[in-house]
Write a protein that binds this ligand. Structure first.
Ligand code: FUC
Length: 805
């Protein structure tokens, strides 16, 4: 029996009245590592399964010592204005492509046919409030229910099959995989799938003759893995015959799914020095089977709700909307009918997906979180560092799931070790560097297979600077100096050391980067030639400005490395500055080149607006020029591009324009999974964001963007000797959401807020200062200084009268 749990107010269910016809209709569950896409078929249930650690390949050397010799030639070509030649030379600095995230396997349940399914009795839903997926239908007089969840505390996936009439549960179960595998029975209630991953898989975008390579020799390379499916029936009988598990005449059944891989960290061969995947799967399985279903469920729900229930969001309801299926709501919204509850649902879905794909001790969410059914997933389902991986973590702090940030912070720390070698070998530089792509093996060198990748993405060398922002932001939100000192600062400082070496003087007092690309856009030179490598692209300069600024602040906070901080201050003052182009826009390149695609999805030159904080209302010319960029780029794009634009418009304090982007992002794209680099982002029926194809960053950017519309805290004011955080309330509230409330948003400086509004105006705000910091409250033109004790809360009503608790 499902325990009755008090439900959070509001509409927190994705629901459907038919089984999933394809993968982007299936519903995702996950515990950060073990994921499933649940199709919910009546006669044929299908769970497509993933383990976040299952990847192709093995540790390898991606550094390219020849790069050091080529770099001066690249720079010479750039100084001579020969950008085409510079691009060609850049290719010779590349290394191998990264590896690919692999699907684990599939569990298929077959239920005997011949029943009398009542057509209107079927329902399938995912409840975001408890992270349980449910399938329910009536067959004759009996109601059948399946509940599925992936438990973080118990590290197993659980499926419970029940019926309101005794002895009616009958099914057979099989498991298979796209990878090399075989299945055996373990006793009379367990199927074991044992498999092996390829030793190499080429990225999806490569047209190669032999893209998937298995090593089959003795002492073979490649990750091994095991999947266990164990059945416990109440009443009836369970048996296992070779590759099929059968359940007959049971009252209820609990299936436990457990998986292990030989992944043993990024520096150990998974084929030769791997962990034992059998032990990895059996340990949690054996522990879980000593617990009752109710116990497993309670532990799962308790663990999940601790994170999920921290934020409540109400944007207003449209009568009857929450009774509709999710696909019907999407279709109705696309026709222009209002449904603010749908935006709130997508907001909470972003938080759900982060909790389900990124938990402490594991890997960070990749391009698809943890959900992938292909051996050659789009862009390898890797970590793409020129926007996508960072975007995944934008909501983590503000939307109050900071624990989910941890896997990414750990991953960055690992990259900082590998990237130190790359900086030295490839460029003879200090510190650490990462480029466009990373994989489970911690790739930090430029990809491209020594000359085949386009430098416009492959040779982008800004990864370590952008990733360091995550370390600083993590500290900025919760003020954990121990984290900053021991983990964040070494990563940030190492990145700054690299860029101090990477920057060059132009002889006129400026520091700039070369080679430099604006991801992933080419420009047209006055003579009509197209090129993409030049120098001092705005994104480079803004990311470095941000890194140096964060480092200077960090050194100050920690009272450390004063000389280094002074060096950074001097360098920051000399960075090639932001330029305003002939169309009144922030210039994308060091010169006012024409962009090859005026509507390009990347808007890299606005890094300083978001996620950076170089462009603010305090720099009105650049603020206006940033707006101009967005007007020129337009309001369409891939899913993540739309998501980024929500955040940009929020920072430009234009809620209605941010809402326009929200409407575009909520566009249903049906089952279209054909790669589009142009316009056409939206959402699938299961609310996964569509690049297209599915890419999870758009989901996370959406949640970050809505948060940013309701609360901003990236600015501060110097009052006396103190740097005081500015908390800007409802800075970009759209007319479409006149009444609403949010509880639990986090602000930098360790604040937690509850905000309510009516008729488009602030109605009340409650601020808790967890660290006892002061802040300055902004609402429109109203400014108020707030001083609070540690743990103190201030509540203000509509007229900003104060009531201190
Ligand atoms: C970059 C983007 C693509 C896609 C891929 C994962 O190359 O330009 O749009 O998001 O990463």
């Amino acid at each position: 029996m499902l325990l009755v749990l008090p439900s959070l107010a509001g509409d927190l269910k994705l629901k459907y009245t038919q089984p999933a016809g394809n993968w982007t209709e299936a519903l995702p569950v996950g515990n950060g590592r073990l994921g499933a896409m649940i199709f919910g078929g009546i006669r044929n249930e299908h769970l497509q399964l993933n383990d976040a650690t299952l990847w192709s390949g093995a540790p390898r050397d991606w550094n390219n010592p020849a790069a050091k010799e080529i770099l001066p030639k690249v720079r010479a070509a750039i100084f001579a204005g020969d950008y085409v030649k510079a691009g060609e030379l850049c290719k010779m600095m590349q290394g191998p492509y990264n590896e690919s995230y692999q699907p684990l396997g599939d569990l298929r349940l077959t239920f005997p046919g011949g029943g009398n399914i009542s057509s209107n009795s079927y329902e399938r839903c995912l409840d975001l409030d408890n992270a349980i997926a449910t399938v329910r239908y009536r067959d004759g007089d009996a109601t059948f229910t399946r509940e599925i969840f992936s438990s973080y505390p118990d590290q197993v996936m659980v499926m419970r099959l029940t019926c309101d009439e005794p002895g009616k549960i009958n099914f057979t179960a099989t498991v298979d995989s796209l990878l090399h595998y075989h299945v055996t029975a373990d006793g009379n209630n367990t199927l074991v799938l044992s498999g092996k991953a390829p030793s190499h898989v080429d990225p999806s975008y490569l047209n190669s003759r032999n893209p998937i390579v298995y090593d089959t020799g003795t002492n073979a390379e490649g990750m091994t893995f095991n999947l266990y499916v164990r059945a416990f029936a109440e009443g009836g009988k369970v048996s296992c015959d070779g590759e099929t598990l059968s359940v007959t005449s049971a009252n209820a059944v609990t299936l436990l799914l457990s998986a292990g891989t030989s992944f043993n960290g990024p520096d150990k061969s998974p084929g030769r020095e791997g962990r034992d995947p059998v032990a990895g799967a059996l340990r949690p399985l054996k522990a879980a089977q000593t617990k009752s279903y109710d116990d497993l469920l309670t532990r799962h729900v308790f663990d999940y709700q601790k994170l999920f229930r921290r934020v409540e969001l109400h944007l207003g309801e449209t009568s009857g909307a929450s009774d509709l299926t999710t696909d019907a709501r999407l279709a109705r919204f696309a026709k222009g009918e209002s449904d603010p509850g749908l935006a709130a649902l997508l907001y909470q879905y972003g938080r759900y997906l982060l909790i389900a794909s990124s938990r402490p001790g594991g890997l960070p969410a990749n391009l698809q979180g943890i959900w992938n059914d292909s051996m050659r997933p789009p862009w390898s389902a890797n970590w793409t560092l020129n926007i996508n991986a960072e975007m995944n973590y934008w909501p983590s702090e503000v939307a109050n799931v900071a624990e989910c940030h941890e896997p990414f912070l750990d991953f960055i720390q690992m990259l900082s070790i590998h990237g130190r070698k790359t900086a030295g070998v490839n460029y003879g530089a200090h510190g650490w560097v990462a480029h466009h792509n990373a994989d489970i093996w911690g790739q930090t060198g430029p990809v491209g297979n020594y000359g085949y990748g386009d430098p416009v993405w492959a040779n982008w060398a800004m990864g370590s600077a952008w990733l360091s922002q995550d370390c600083w932001e993590h500290y900025a939100f919760d003020g954990d100096k121990k984290y900053l000192r021991e983990h964040g600062w070494p990563v940030m400082k190492g990145a700054a050391e690299f860029y101090l070496d990477w920057l060059i003087e132009d002889g006129q007092g400026h520091l700039f980067t070369a080679p430099s690309v604006s991801p992933e856009l080419a420009f047209i030179m006055p003579d009509g030639q197209h090129a993409n490598v030049s120098m001092a692209c705005t994104m480079d300069m803004s990311i470095i400005w941000e890194l140096f600024t964060d480092c200077i602040d960090a050194a100050h906070v920690l009272g450390t490395d004063q000389e280094f901080a002074a060096k950074l201050e001097a360098a920051r003052a000399k960075l090639y500055p932001l330029q305003i182009g002939s169309r009144g826009q922030i210039q994308e390149w060091f010169q006012d080149f024409q962009e090859e695609d005026v509507h390009h999805r990347h808007t890299s030159h606005l890094f300083g607006l978001y996620p950076g904080h170089q462009i603010t209302p305090a720099t009105p010319e650049f603020f206006a020029a940033a707006k101009r960029v967005l007007e020129i780029r337009g309001d369409d794009g891939t899913g993540w591009s739309l998501g980024w634009k929500i955040n940009f418009w929020a920072r430009l304090l234009d809620g209605d324009h941010a809402y326009l982007l929200i409407s575009n992002l909520l566009r249903p794209v049906g089952d279209n999974t054909r790669i589009s680099y142009e316009a056409g982002g939206g959402v699938y029926p299961n609310l996964f964001d569509a690049h297209p194809p599915f890419q999870i960053d758009g989901n996370f950017a959406f949640t970050a963007g809505v948060s940013e519309m309701l609360l901003q805290s990236h600015l501060s004011e110097t009052i006396g000797k103190d740097e005081v955080r500015i908390l800007d309330l409802l800075p970009a509230l759209p007319k479409a959401w006149p009444d609403g409330s949010v509880v639990g948003l986090r602000a930098r400086g360790d604040f937690e807020l509850a905000i309510a509004w009516q008729q488009g105006k602030l109605a009340s705000v409650s601020i808790t200062s967890l660290a006892g910091n002061s802040c300055q409250l902004h609402y429109g033109q109203t400014i108020m200084e707030v001083k609070l004790k540690r743990g103190g809360t201030l509540t203000l009503n509509a007229k900003l009268k104060q009531r201190v608790q």
